[in-house]
Design a protein around this ligand. Structure first.
Ligand code: UDP
Ligand code: MG
Length: 308
């Protein structure tokens, strides 16, 4: 019988995890054509999440877990899950039941019978989310799709049902700065999109602040596009041209009208403007440099402390 591994990244999910297990079991127990295995990834939780995992594992032999030495972030947790998973199929799900387990049979059918390599999900609304966050998220997807020439779906979740070939392709991308939404798109394969309505998390609270999401989106842009570097040189070139035109204008004016000393305020403005612009552009270059520096160090993406 074919096996399916359900990967669940967990960070401080002591309340949500038992509910997740109970709810998912309801669906999983009906899918008798597959052998299931849970792989909980404890991302350095500071509450009782690991104990909950141990308890579940002692009661149910389908349950496995790995526990990190500290918090490495959801991207690292997903990568660890994919690396440790042994199934012919792999599913990634959040622990807070925002990814409805009832979709699993439909996802399995898409992969097994309809010839897709992967079934992915997206939420068609952003109910229960702050308005500004939704607006920024939309803008991010629009910019990102243009810039990186990737097809990233707005509202796409990390909740996916994948064949082994796709999992192996993802594992072959060993970058340290991981941006899964981009990686899933980059590896290609036939993906079926399944829509569902947004749900609120069952227990606990979200780990994302507006600021952390903003940083994450910058991370995504740097990881999947070098367009900002090209813009930087275009902006530089453009201003060289402006300066040249200005120079010719001033030269001719001085020939015709002599050289009255005017224009100091505008000069001061221009100096501050260009100083700012230069710092901004070196900042962009610095961002790429920093990422390259981290990649070159080749540090592990996660460190496991305990495993079962
Ligand atoms: N998560 C994680 N490590 C982190 C932050 C989050 O493994 O550093 C997990 C978390 O436990 C949950 C999933 O990633 O299972 C999604 O997190 P959350 O629900 O906070 O994000 P949201 O759904 O609000 O985008
Ligand atoms: Mg959530």
């Amino acid at each position: 019988m074919e096996k399916c591994t359900i990967i669940v990244p967990c960070y401080n999910e002591e309340e949500a995890l038992p509910l997740f297990y109970e709810e998912t079991e309801k669906t999983v127990s009906t899918m008798t054509e597959l052998e299931f295995e849970y792989l909980f990834v404890d991302d350095g939780s500071r509450d009782r999440t690991l104990e909950v995992m141990r308890e579940l594992a002692s009661k149910d032999e389908k349950v496995h877990y790995v526990s990190f030495s500290r918090n490495f972030g959801k991207e690292a947790a997903m990568f660890a899950g994919l690396s440790e998973a042994t199934g012919d199929y792999v599913v990634i799900m959040d622990a807070d039941l925002q990814d409805p387990p009832e979709l699993l049979p439909e996802m399995y059918r898409a992969v097994k019978e309809e010839g897709y390599d992967c079934a992915a999900t997206r939420r068609i609304d952003r109910k229960g989310e702050p308005i500004i966050r939704s607006a920024f998220a939309r803008a991010f997807y629009r910019i990102m799709n243009k810039m990186a020439k990737l097809n990233m779906m707005d509202g796409a979740r990390d909740y996916r049902f994948m064949k082994r070939v796709m999992v192996d392709a993802i594992l072959s991308m060993k970058e340290y700065h991981r941006f899964s939404k981009g990686i899933f798109g980059w590896v290609g394969f036939q993906t079926k999109w399944i829509d569902f309505e947004n749900r609120e998390r069952v227990a606990g609270k979200t780990k994302w602040s507006f600021f952390s999401l903003f940083r994450y989106s910058l991370e995504g842009m740097v990881a999947f596009s070098t367009a900002p570097l090209e813009w930087a040189s275009f902006v530089g070139l453009f201003f060289c041209f402006v300066a040249l035109v200005l120079l010719i204008f001033l030269f001719i004016r001085a020939l015709i009208f002599g050289d009255p000393v005017i224009g100091w305020p505008s000069l001061a403005c221009m100096i501050t403007f260009f100083a700012g612009l230069q710092l901004f552009v070196s900042g962009i270059i610095g961002m790429y440099l920093a990422k390259a520096y981290n990649e070159i160090k080749g540090r592990p993406i996660y460190i496991i402390r305990e495993k079962k």
